[in-house]
Design a protein around this ligand. Structure first.
Ligand SMILES: O=C1O[C@H](COP(=O)(O)O)[C@@H](O)[C@H](O)[C@H]1O
Length: 223
């Protein structure tokens, strides 16, 4: 794991956005298309604000979430709504959103169609992950009902999971897809998450799913 500590959050958000833009640009210079996968939640909004203005050929970029809460877009907890509001705007409005949500009562009912939609966009060129203070990443929550299957090497790309701490049902990219990403960044703020990260490094991935990604990642932290 490569650890980057920043003097403040504003600086970190700016630098991470610049880094991602530069990595996407590099990908697009060598290939027709690039795939960017990003987290939802409360942390990445400021990265999106800067990244959405990056001077890239966004029409060749596919954007997909790491995971989604099974709620419609008019729900304030929708990660898709966050993406539309703060990333897929400005220059980045030309990017293609690869959906992780469809109107169905249960994620299992939409899983096959959503999986078919993401397959052509793999592997992920640039992966930005978040982390909860409980050491989950994407929607790989400690104690989730299908965590072991989602972390197995033969896991399908996308799975539906449920966990007490998650609230609503989730749909998530699985560990093999996350690990196959060509560049991996983890974005973390605050002392509680820093302590959780340190704890995760000593725990098995079933107890601390983020641990399964740390060997592959550059971790960015600011208080
Ligand atoms: O539920 C989720 O949580 C994590 C962390 O969110 P944060 O609000 O603590 O930044 C996020 O990475 C994930 O995408 C999201 O669905």
């Amino acid at each position: 794991m490569e650890f980057h500590e920043y003097p403040d959050r504003d600086m970190m958000m700016l630098r991470v956005a610049q880094r991602i833009a530069s990595e996407l640009g590099e990908t697009l210079r060598g290939a027709d298309r690039a795939t960017l996968s990003v987290p939802g939640g409360t942390t990445p909004g400021p990265v999106f604000d800067t990244l959405s203005g990056a001077d890239l050929d966004w029409s060749r970029v596919a954007v997909l979430l790491n995971d989604e809460r099974w709620v419609p877009e008019d729900n304030p907890r929708s990660n898709t709504a966050l993406l539309r509001r703060r990333l897929l705007t400005g220059r980045a409005a030309d990017a293609t959103l690869v959906p992780l949500y469809a109107r169905a009562p249960r994620p299992e009912e939409a899983l096959d169609a959503l999986s078919d939609g993401i397959r052509p966009h793999l592997p992920i060129s640039v992966l930005l992950l978040g982390m909860g203070a409980d050491m989950h990443t994407a929607s790989l929550f400690p104690g989730a009902d299908k965590l072991a299957q989602a972390m197995a090497s033969d896991a399908p790309p996308l799975m539906a999971l449920r966990a007490e701490a998650a609230g609503e049902p989730r749909i998530t990219l699985t560990l093999p897809v996350l690990r196959a990403a060509l560049r991996v960044h983890v974005l973390i703020t605050g002392t509680e998450k820093r302590a959780a990260l340190e704890r995760a490094r000593k725990l098995p991935p079933e107890q601390a799913p983020i641990a399964a990604m740390l060997d592959y990642a550059q971790v960015h932290w600011a208080e």
